[in-house]
Design a protein around this ligand. Structure first.
Ligand code: 3PG
Length: 215
């Protein structure tokens, strides 16, 4: 198991984050995540300045697993690397971007949701794939069905996951970690409600670990 996969599995949840004001919010948000036992952040390029947000978080918490989400271009991969980002998440599976990441030595978790995606990911030598959008693509039932022919993968489902269904997903052995924006909602970020984000993180870790133990 590669080191990144191991670390993500230990934490269990990956907050998917959009920051419109990285200068103001990236620092306190990284404190809130770490205080909640979730030293990981997927900063999406849905807002400009994702690389700035990664840089700020990593200056403050160098050991945090900070990476980029919603990566659609190789330029965004370059920006992620320049900011010190440790991983790249893409919504779909673009072999060119995966190969580009591999050539640059940064790990990529592409979004996969069909047997064709999984097969392509297999040919690219990937170990961990993002199953996206999880709920809308068939949820846990589909993840389990895909694990029959593609038992080599660990999966990180994202899309429609919240505290309501986190335990069900976490109990599935092929699931290494679950991603979601629910831990860092726009409203809590814009209002600076960092304690509430810390609580959501703590609760998520607790639910994930409990479900894995009993799963
Ligand atoms: C993502 O990009 O991973 C998803 O948009 C997150 O999905 P969610 O908002 O339903 O958690």
């Amino acid at each position: 198991m590669n080191e990144m996969l191991e670390k993500l599995s230990q934490i269990g949840v990956v907050p998917v984050i959009k920051l419109t004001n990285p200068q103001r919010d990236a620092g306190p948000l990284s404190d809130a995540l770490c205080a909640g036992g979730v030293p990981v952040a997927e900063i999406t390029f849905r807002a400009a300045g994702a690389d700035e947000a990664m840089r700020i978080m990593l200056e403050r918490h160098p050991d945090m697993l900070v990476g980029a989400g919603t990566v659609l271009t190789t330029e965004q991969v370059d920006k992620t690397i320049a900011a010190g980002g440790k991983f790249v998440v893409t919504p779909g599976l673009d072999p060119d971007i995966v190969k580009y990441c591999q050539s640059k030595g940064i790990i990529c978790f592409p979004g996969c949701s069909t047997p064709t995606d999984y097969h392509t990911a297999y040919k690219l030598g990937l170990e961990l794939i993002k199953f996206f959008p999880a709920e809308q693509s068939g949820g846990l039932a589909k993840i389990k069905a895909m694990a029959a022919p593609f038992s080599m993968f660990k999966v990180m489902p994202t899309g429609g996951i919240s505290l309501k269904n986190l335990a069900e997903y976490a109990a599935c052995p092929v699931i290494a970690a679950c991603g979601g924006s629910y831990m860092c909602p726009d409203k809590l970020i814009s209002e600076g409600k960092w304690d509430e984000i810390t609580e959501l993180c703590k609760k998520s870790v607790e639910v994930f670990k409990e479900a894995k133990k009993n799963g």
